[in-house]
Design a protein around this ligand. Sequence first.
Ligand SMILES: [Fe+2]
Length: 123
Amino acid sequence: MSGGFSVVVKVLPGAALGTHYHIGAVRGFTIRGQWRYLEHDWVAKPGTFMYEPAGEAQTLVITDDSPEPGLIFFAVEGCLIYLDKAVDGGFAAYEDGFTALELARKYYCEDGLDVRKLDALVR
Ligand SMILES: [Fe+2]
């Protein structure tokens, strides 16, 4: 087990994820919307597949002109490390399969859902 996780993120146009890097490879598939990394010129659109090797700091943004919220599937190996600033940043926080599961459990509890149904999905 790598501690990695798969996730579908939904992000509004103009919003961003904090600058971070991954300790393993990431594969992503854009379902809806347009997004990019501030560190690169390319723009991902519905149907775009991306692969990124470990180690590069990046800041994901949904473009201001995206016609809809970004909806992106990511398969993440290992954890990601959030940085406290975009350039020469230091450790701020981390996310992995275990922290994501805790967030999901918290969401289930707050919304009155049966967390046992979530835990039943974990192998
Ligand atoms: Fe990332």
